[in-house]
Write a protein that binds this ligand. Structure first.
Ligand SMILES: [Zn+2]
Length: 415
């Protein structure tokens, strides 16, 4: 691999360093959530380089800016409420946070990237004033229908100023799985330094870089996901805005996430020993060293080769392989492998907005889960491996015809 073709071309999203290092090259890929309708199959499809860069100065792993944010979010189909695991997760977070921070009818809770109101519905239920900020108009509408007040906007310093002016200075802000999707990380973080009350708390959940590297979750690399974050990198970007990480939880969601609790540097929350312990852990696995990222690249190629060998052997032996789910990560995997409908006949998804569309790049058809019973595949390739247990339970009837489950990440497994 060419060592640093991007040196000097891009600045780090966090610290503005120009000496970024190329660590993984997944080739040219379409935007992972740009599902296609039948008509679009006949047209040219835009693709962009999908390459992971590492900043040796602030330790943020990141993609270069190759597509505009507007392009990526305009027809965003991910809807949180289609996963029951995720809804349970949201409900217990709301219970815990309202207790821990003493929230009540006098408080203000603001969620950034509030999606279809999957989390704020539980805040509203408790009689606590809540406001969602969601850039996708079609998704925001679904939240409003659930009774969750939602503003269609991107969050940053300007939106935060407007919120404070309208009485929405926040006791609690929630930002789940959005930090990584933000093109202008610095302006986004500045927004929290603006919108929080003096003793306000901001929580952030994001997939932990330690798992991407340690478990070779390279399929979580896609164009919407600009940053791959460790606590080391987070301390750097929060610190620049006089914000302090005072506690951290490790979560099983999305293959291993962190939840950071952040306040103003001078706010009255003592810093938990968990923060220092995790920083030490990150250094021990090498998240502050370029060599760690270089060896990750070889591990990605091994997963690609193993999956392709399996799919080709299955095809040659007349076995039918179908997919389950149409998550963004599935598209990175399938496009990196070049696996089209000759190797994975079709996939299924419970989300009706995805059904009867096609996966970007590979053009594999997305059907309703009923199609599995009708086709009786020999293997069901689970693309959202983070929901593996839930899916095995839902689809256990494939055992009736001897069907088996298949996952590719962190390594090929048939079960
Ligand atoms: Zn940097």
């Amino acid at each position: 691999m060419n060592e640093t073709p991007f040196a000097g071309c891009y600045r780090c999203r966090s610290c503005q360093n120009e000496e970024l290092q190329l660590v993984v090259d997944l080739g040219f890929q379409p935007l992972a959530n740009s599902f296609l309708d039948r008509k679009a199959l006949m047209h040219m499809e835009p693709t962009y380089p999908l390459t992971l860069l590492y900043c040796p100065r602030c330790h943020l792993a990141q993609l270069p800016a190759v597509a505009r944010a507007g392009e990526i979010f305009s027809d965003y189909l991910y809807m949180s409420s289609f996963s029951s695991t995720w809804l349970d997760h949201a409900r217990s977070f709301v219970d815990e946070a309202t207790r821990r921070f003493g929230l009540g009818p006098q408080s203000r809770v603001v969620e950034i990237a509030s999606n279809d109101g999957y989390l704020l519905q539980y805040v509203v239920e408790k009689g606590i004033p809540a406001l969602g900020i969601e850039p996708a108009a079609n998704i925001a509408k679904l939240a409003e229908e659930k009774g969750v007040a939602t503003r269609v906007a991107f969050f940053g310093k300007d939106t935060a100023r407007a919120l404070v002016g309208e009485g929405w200075a926040a006791d609690l802000t929630v930002a789940n799985n959005v930090l990584a999707h933000v093109p202008d990380l610095d302006d986004f973080v500045a927004g929290f330094a603006t919108v929080l009350k003096p003793q306000g708390v901001a929580t952030f959940e994001f997939p932990h870089l330690a798992n991407l590297i340690g478990q070779t979750q390279f399929d979580t690399i896609y164009h919407e996901h600009f940053s791959y974050i460790s606590l080391l990198a987070a301390q750097s970007f929060f610190g620049r805005h006089s914000l302090r990480v005072f506690d951290v939880d490790k979560l099983p969601t999305h293959g291993g996430s962190l939840r950071l609790y952040v306040c103003r540097a001078g706010a009255g929350y003592p810093t938990s020993p968990a923060v220092g312990a995790l920083l030490e852990e990150e250094k021990a696995i090498g998240l502050d060293r370029l060599e760690t990222f270089r060896s990750f690249s070889g591990a990605c190629r091994r997963i690609k080769n193993d999956l392709l060998k399996f799919l080709i052997a299955a095809a040659e032996n007349g076995k039918l392989v179908c997919g389950y789910g149409a998550p963004a990560k599935g598209n990175t995997l399938l496009n990196y492998c070049g696996a089209h409908s000759d190797l994975v006949a079709f996939t299924v998804d419970r989300n009706p907005y995805k059904q009867d569309r096609f996966l970007p790049g590979t053009h594999i058809a997305i059907r309703s889960p009923d199609a599995i019973g009708a086709s009786k595949p020999d293997y069901l390739l689970i693309l959202p491996w983070n929901l593996k247990d839930e899916i095995c339970e839902q689809m256990r009837h494939i055992r009736a015809w001897g069907g088996q489950f298949l996952v590719a990440v962190p390594q090929l497994a048939v079960f």
